[in-house]
Design a protein around this ligand. Structure first.
Ligand code: LLP
Length: 442
């Protein structure tokens, strides 16, 4: 660590990787003496000068490289990018270009995927509460697969498909009752989570599905959670799925596809994320020899490391106890919502080698939870200086709100030495554009 006299006495900063360590683990980011923090070949100060802060910046090259790495490791496995992680059309377009399909969970996500040119047959429709109109829209569009999460939903799909004269290719999402070992709010594969069909009910429901009009059961799906770093829960869940597939086939059912879900974790500090080859090992270990079309739905792993949230320091207060940013929990909610740890590094080289302090990095929103980092050992950045909050490419901009009447921040996409604005800052007036004032309030 860059210990310095400014550290509070007794502060244990050994947990926090320093700026150099954070950058070393992220080859798309580098610190240059003149240009400061550079993403691919674009100085982030240039983007912030043009767009203002807060703003999001994504690296196209990083997304392309990560998709290619995953595709190579998972040769033969169909990758359906989980649109919820980052649903910007340009990101979806990169996914399409790189050979991925899409996993969607709402009409809006389906329309986004289609608008980005992903063909319907490469789209899987997931989600625990699809409405009748979403199911109708999915069938009308010719979506490749619908993942069914309950008996009631199966009946609804059957009725709608039958009425439309369509056949829905469905996979039953099973709940394998496996603990993914991740944050409770993003664990989805335990029996008491709302997701999927209880493992013990799945055989009967699959058999019934095969008899329903408008339904063609094609296989199973599962997704046990997000930000998973150990392969053990995957192996446990996939072993249960493989057992069920064998039993279904023995009883005469046709099972051709296995949708293995997403959840691959990334390293938010300086530790490594989940390894694609280890994941490939978990898939092969369970399903090799079963002659299945394997599918997977990664979101975070593909886009998380590729994005940063740039923010300016508004002021410091409390004798360097707090660094108040112009970004807030309405922009990036992960720290407030999941106690998530995100690296925070200065954008200017001078600041990067400055005095290291132990400081709370907070936003201006009127909630104590609007805190990006607590007691973080990092270089002090004074008012007007900029910081980059790292690994904000997944579940960042998509989870933004306009709380405290703060407009949605702009987004830039970097590709090599070029960059483009891919979303303008939301005009303030847009915040109330859909609102009206009825007579009885005036
Ligand atoms: N498939 C399904 C059915 C899902 O529910 C999810 C994520 C994924 C795939 C993609 O998971 P990933 O590969 O991105 O882990 N907002 C939280 C994460 C929520 C994940 C929800 N489901 C966060 O910021 O950590």
């Amino acid at each position: 660590m860059n210990a310095s006299p400014a550290l509070k006495p007794g502060a244990d900063t050994s947990q926090d990787p320093n700026t150099a360590e954070l950058l070393a683990a992220r080859p798309h980011l580098s610190m240059h003496a003149m240009d400061g923090l550079v993403l691919e070949d674009v100085p982030l100060n240039a983007v912030a000068d043009a767009l203002g802060t807060p703003c999001w910046v994504y690296s196209a090259g990083t997304i392309r490289a990560r998709l290619a790495e995953l595709r190579t490791a998972l040769a033969g496995v169909h990758i359906h990018y989980a649109v919820k992680a980052n649903d910007h059309l340009a990101i979806l377009s990169l996914m399409r270009q790189g050979g991925a399909g899409a996993d969607v969970v709402s009409l809006g996500e389906m329309r986004r995927a289609l608008a980005a040119g992903i063909t319907p047959d490469h789209i899987v429709f997931s989600g625990v509460g699809k409405t009748g109109s979403e199911i109708r829209a999915a069938l009308a569009a010719g979506i490749g697969q619908i993942n069914v999460e309950s008996p009631a939903e199966l009946d609804m799909i059957s009725a709608i498909a039958h009425e439309m004269g369509a056949t829905a290719d469905v996979a039953l999402r099973i709940n394998p009752d496996v603990d993914a070992g991740t944050h409770a709010k993003i664990t989805t594969g335990k029996a008491d989570n709302k997701f999927g069909i209880p493992y013990d009910d799945a055989h009967t429901l699959y058999t019934r599905a095969a008899t329903l009009p408008g339904i063609r059961p094609v296989g199973l799906a599962l997704h046990i959670g997000s930000q998973i770093l150990s392969m053990a829960p995957y192996r446990a869940a996939y072993a249960r799925a493989a057992t069920l597939i064998r039993a279904l086939r023995e009883s005469g059912q046709t099972v051709t596809r296995m949708d293995c879900g997403g959840g691959l974790g990334i390293g938010y500090g300086d530790a490594a994320g989940a390894s694609p080859s280890a994941f490939a090992g978990a898939l092969n270990g369970a399903f090799a020899g079963l002659d299945l079309q394997l599918m997977t739905e990664p979101g975070r792993w593909l886009v998380g490391p590729a994005g940063v949230l740039l923010s300016s320091v508004v002021l410091t207060k409390g004798h360097d106890r707090f660094m108040v940013l112009d970004a807030a929990m309405n922009d990036l909610v992960r720290p407030a919502m999941y106690d998530a740890w995100h690296g925070i590094v200065p954008v200017s080289a001078g600041n990067a080698v400055g005095q290291v302090v132990e400081i709370d990095v907070v936003g201006p929103v009127c909630e104590t939870g609007d805190t990006f980092a607590r007691s973080r050992a990092m270089p002090l950045v004074e008012s007007g200086g900029r910081v980059a909050i790292l690994d904000a490419g997944a579940y960042g901009a998509v989870m933004s709100s306009t709380y405290n009447a703060r407009p949605l921040a702009p987004i830039a996409l970097v590709d090599g030495a070029h960059w483009a604005t891919i979303r303008a800052r939301q005009p303030i007036e847009a915040l109330w554009a859909g609102e009206s004032i009825p007579d009885f309030t005036t």
